[in-house]
Write a new protein. Structure first.
Length: 241
């Protein structure tokens, strides 16, 4: 075998190796925490920032949508409550939706999709930048069952630095944060769910379909031809302590 052929083979193996690394399924340890004080934006933020690492939502797959806002999150739990905090820096913010299970993905939106038992059925938690929540359950995009709006309003808590009032698109440079508390009881189809020692499949997203710079980012790589977050085969893994 001549040297040129060997060299070309080494280059090919290197490219394959890089590709495998690039699309490797991510895994995340979710720490168990205790929050003794009142559950609010500041107290939850403090505990998350002391105990949970910052993770980036920065996988960019679709060249037709080149805009990439800066997005990261922290996550933790205390058996029956899941704590999430998103940090977003973007050029356009939009918050039209104010009622549960409306099209929040068209606003400035962050999302958390989770298959708690790794059985192929997942919940899609979607939050616009003022905390309006869309939540459904099922095995795929075409087979979703909405969680009752009243249950969403009563059980899921959100606090955004942008407030709660709706607004039309604003352009400039915006940095906003949102804290979310998700109780295990909202997982309607998994009665008695506890987060402790749970291993789940999940992904985290950022989108904004109706913003001036439409965009789609994910935590774990989503390798599809067109933007599609409803792809549980592309979820990463959450290991709850």
């Amino acid at each position: 075998m001549n040297k040129l052929l060997i060299f070309n083979l080494l280059i090919l193996l290197s490219l394959i190796s890089c590709s495998d690394m690039k699309t490797k399924k991510q895994s995340l340890e979710v720490p168990k925490v205790s929050i003794q004080d009142t559950l609010n934006f500041n107290n939850v933020s403090s505990v998350l920032e002391e105990n949970s690492p910052l993770n980036k939502v920065n996988w960019w797959e679709w060249k037709d949508f080149p805009y990439q806002p800066e997005v990261s999150f922290r996550i933790a739990h205390d058996d029956s409550l899941l704590f999430l905090k998103y940090y977003v820096k973007e050029e356009h913010i939009l918050a039209r939706q104010t009622e549960p299970n409306t099209a929040v993905h068209r606003d400035s939106c962050v999302e958390f999709f989770v298959d708690p038992l790794q059985d192929g059925n997942y919940y899609n938690f979607e939050f616009n930048c003022i905390g309006t929540t869309h939540l459904a359950y099922g095995p795929g995009r075409g087979k979703r069952t909405f969680i009752a709006p009243e249950a969403i309003k009563q059980k899921i808590k959100t606090w955004s630095t942008l407030g709660r009032e709706s607004f039309e698109e604003k352009s400039g440079t915006f940095e906003w944060e949102m804290v979310i508390i998700i109780p295990s009881s909202i997982f309607t189809y998994n009665k008695g769910l506890s987060f402790s020692n749970l291993i789940s499949n999940a992904n985290f997203y950022k989108c904004g379909d109706d913003t001036t710079k439409r965009h789609y980012l994910s935590w774990n790589p989503v390798k599809t031809q067109n933007p599609d977050f409803h792809r549980p085969e592309h979820f990463g893994v959450l290991n709850f302590q």
